[in-house]
Write a protein that binds this ligand. Structure first.
Ligand SMILES: C[S@@+](CC[C@H](N)C(=O)[O-])C[C@H]1O[C@@H](n2cnc3c(N)ncnc32)[C@H](O)[C@@H]1O
Length: 285
């Protein structure tokens, strides 16, 4: 029974492609100045001063770039979790200068904290998971009552061309190829995109942002699009529904770069998971 549960957990975790992202984060582990602008956009609901003196949990931290900025804005404590060892090693290097940062191996499906953080966030992770709602529920549990939970996910709006042309190819081809080979292949669409951006591709805000990036950064973004086993592109209402289902108060959504959604909600102050768990435990005895 236990073995079956463990196998289910392993295949659930594997579906989120941590091994493939681990390749990406060991290959592209340098901190780039433009990551701050990206972070500010992805977390549009929060200003740098909102992190001051606050504790946070970064779920699916990759190489740790999104924990770096709140720590540099004065967060009191930051915990970054991921399930891939290469990502965790890169995150430890990125965050080495912050004594109040902790990098831990833990899954979004099984977060080892209850009611512990002022802010729990996950950037670019939830849309790659087989059971996104389960991960959001875990994030809610990890936040303190009255704390805030933020997710940034791909939008369906303005991504029709990816959903129609790139996504089917990703599913049948790229997600099944060895990740190092996908990395090699990413060079060619990256060259095409780089040229298109130079020749005036500016249709949506995201392309205007991409036009400012180095070729290496652009290629890492193309690679990131091709490598995962799962990628959901959610319309606004689907993201709003997921947040409502998680039981948040004061839900806000922001359209980011005209291609994605940043959603934030407050865990109701009355919701105390620790007490609820203890009560459940007592009742079960
Ligand atoms: C697209 S990357 C985003 C990384 C980081 N949040 C960022 O924006 O730079 C997705 C990350 O989610 C991690 N991941 C996938 N499944 C996970 C799970 N079940 N629990 C925790 N992290 C997971 C991967 O290992 C990877 O580092």
């Amino acid at each position: 029974m236990r073995i079956a549960a463990r196998n289910e957990h392993t295949s659930l975790t594997k579906a989120g492609s941590p091994d493939r992202f681990g390749y990406e984060w060991s290959e592209y582990s340098e901190m780039r100045p433009e990551y701050e602008e990206q972070f500010r956009r992805w977390t549009a609901h929060l200003r740098p001063e909102d992190w001051q003196g606050r504790s946070f949990l970064d779920v699916g931290c990759g190489m740790g770039r999104n924990s770096y900025w709140p720590l540099s804005y004065g967060a009191s404590r930051g915990v970054a979790i991921d399930v891939d060892q290469r990502s965790l090693a890169a995150a430890r290097r990125t965050l080495a200068q912050f004594p109040n940062a902790q990098v831990l191996a833990a899954s979004a499906y099984d977060i080892p904290f209850v009611g512990a953080f002022d802010i729990v966030f996950s950037i670019g992770v939830i849309h790659h998971l087989e059971q996104p709602r389960r991960a959001v529920a875990e994030m809610v549990r990890a936040a303190r009552p009255g704390g805030r939970v933020l997710i940034w996910v791909y939008g369906r709006e303005n991504n029709g061309w990816i959903v129609t042309f790139v996504d089917p190819l990703r599913k049948v081809l790229f997600a099944r190829l060895p990740v190092a080979f996908v990395h090699h292949l990413s060079l060619y669409p990256a060259i095409v995109l780089w040229c298109a951006l130079r020749f005036g591709l500016r249709r949506v805000g995201y392309f205007r942002l991409l036009g400012q990036f180095s070729f290496r950064h652009l290629r890492s973004i193309v690679f990131d699009q091709l490598l995962p086993r799962i990628a959901h592109y959610w319309p606004r209402e689907a993201v709003a529904e997921m947040m409502r289902e998680a039981g948040f108060a004061d839900i806000r959504l922001a359209w980011i770069n005209e291609v994605s959604w940043s959603a934030i909600g407050t865990k109701p102050p009355s919701r105390c998971d620790q007490q609820a768990e203890e009560t459940e435990g007592t009742l079960a005895k």
